[in-house]
Design a protein. Structure first.
Length: 101
């Protein structure tokens, strides 16, 4: 994929998952919650400048659906001409969400 897509978007499910991660971590440490969310956001932004840098999601084998690993989280995104869309954020120890497979 040549060139940088104009924007990063987040699906409703991905936004909700990130909020739940933040809420859960906040109950233990507000600082850890903030740092984790910022790392996830920064890693997702990497998909704009380097959309091919994430690995192809092994469970899906679709070259346009890729992921980054940040700590214990998987950030799944889809490359498109108009945007890079984060479609899921979840604990890497859990199976991939059913609506992605």
């Amino acid at each position: 994929m040549a060139g940088r897509p104009p924007g990063l978007t987040w699906s409703k499910d991905a936004r909700e998952a990130l909020r739940k991660i933040a809420d859960y971590l906040d109950s233990f440490s507000p600082r850890a919650a903030q740092e984790t969310v910022l790392r996830i956001l920064a890693r997702a932004e990497q998909g704009l400048d380097y959309p091919d840098s994430g690995r192809i999601v092994p469970e899906l084998a679709d070259s346009d659906t890729r992921e980054f690993i940040e700590g214990t989280y998987r950030i799944v995104y889809r490359r498109g001409k108009e945007a890079v869309t984060v479609v899921a954020v979840f604990d890497a120890r859990m199976p991939i969400p059913g609506d992605l497979s």
